[in-house]
Design a protein around this ligand. Structure first.
Ligand code: F6P
Length: 364
């Protein structure tokens, strides 16, 4: 029997379970393959005792509908930066990648499918360079991976953000308020821009277009030119004022180099109040609601396409590659190519032109 190990790494994302199910169902058709899962990304392999589960038809039945991941995930640490506590209580990281590759060989694992975002796929690339038979499946609600038109989870996040805008429009209109909705996306403004267009927001602030406060104020005031009015602002968590910085904190978590973004909505509210905006202003952070719950049909389908393709890449020995969607095809792209640069919103691209075409202000 041949063995493929599946793991999910990085932040969870609607559609992860649909990928796992698709891999298992496709592998089942080959008769001489079995699928196992490592709990919480590579941690399941590295822990003593190991935490590995058998993934068979019964285990994955119906899970394509469920959010989250049945095998758990982590977004810090990993085989190249395993956190270790020193005697003085401080933490450091050690490289356990060679040990892990040996362990996988001892466990009879012929191939690994790593479902994760850019951080996880960089780990995949390094493991591939060390000789591991590994394939990547891209996931992120942020939709910021250049090799693929879309990542699964993105459409679901946009839908949730759009529903939030829809709801805030009715309460903003009732109270003549300014509402600021902060959405996720890290350094990319895809979720914000799509939700702003779909929800009919008045202002959309994204990391790719640093905003000028006076432009935002001008737009807000224009929404009150008849006295009564309301204004809806969608702001991406990574948005920043012109000449300023993104808002967030360094969590100093061991094995996690990311700044935790957040707080730009609150900052913008204070800046608008200080600038003399008289209307009531409220802000809300949508946060992890964007990652939870049932994936939309689109994301279930894309995730299933990715899962089937990933297993077929295992059969064909296309290691060192990541699955990618380039309309109308599901392709295999080398990690080296897939990870060169992130996919960001182009300030002069079609999506921004469309948004501006319906009067959305970006503050530039
Ligand atoms: O990358 C996905 C994402 O949800 C980002 O949009 C967000 O900045 C980050 O993860 C949040 O991470 P955490 O779950 O660690 O708070």
């Amino acid at each position: 029997m041949k063995r493929v190990m599946v793991l999910t790494g990085g932040g969870d994302c609607p559609g992860l379970n649909a990928v796992i199910r698709a891999i298992v169902k496709r592998a089942d058709q080959e008769k001489d393959w079995e699928v196992i899962g490592s709990i919480e990304s590579f941690n399941g392999i590295l822990r003593e005792p190991t935490e590995i589960v058998m993934l068979d038809d019964a285990k994955v039945a119906g899970i394509h509908v469920q959010g989250g991941t049945i095998i758990g995930t982590v977004n810090k640490g990993g085989p190249f930066a395993w956190p270790v506590k020193n005697n003085d209580g401080s933490w450091t990281t050690v490289d356990r990648s060679d040990e892990m590759i040996r362990k996988l060989s001892y466990m009879g694992v012929d191939a690994v499918i790593n479902i994760g975002g850019d951080g996880s796929q960089r780990i995949s690339q390094k493991l591939f360079e060390k000789g591991l038979n590994i394939i990547g499946v891209p996931k992120t609600i942020d939709n910021d991976l250049a090799a693929t038109d879309f990542t699964f989870g993105f459409q679901t996040a946009v839908q949730i953000a759009t529903e939030a805008v829809d709801k805030l429009v009715t309460t903003a209109a009732s109270h003549n308020r300014v509402f600021i909705l902060e959405v996720m996306g890290r350094d990319a403004g895809w979720i914000a821009t799509h939700a702003a267009i779909a929800g009919g927001a008045d202002v959309c602030l994204i990391p790719e277009i640093p905003y000028k406060l006076d432009k935002v104020i001008e737009k807000v005031n224009s929404r009150y030119h008849k006295g009564r009015g309301f204004c809806n602002i969608v702001v991406a968590e990574g948005a920043l004022p012109h000449g300023g910085f993104a808002t967030g904190e360094n969590t100093h978590e061991v094995g996690n180099e990311h700044i935790r973004l957040g707080g730009i909505g609150e900052k913008l509210m204070l800046d608008l109040v200080h600038a003399g905006i008289e209307a009531d202003i409220r802000t809300m952070v949508l946060g992890h609601l964007q990652r939870g719950g049932t994936p939309m049909a689109y994301d279930r389908v894309l995730a299933t396409e990715f899962g089937v393709k990933a297993f077929e890449m295992v059969l064909e020995g296309q290691f060192g590659h990541m699955v990618a969607y380039r309309h109308p095809h599901i392709n295999a792209v080398p990690f080296t190519e897939a990870l060169i640069h992130p996919k960001l919103v182009k300030p002069r691209g079609d999506i921004v032109r469309t948004a501006k075409g319906v009067g959305i202000e970006f503050g530039d």
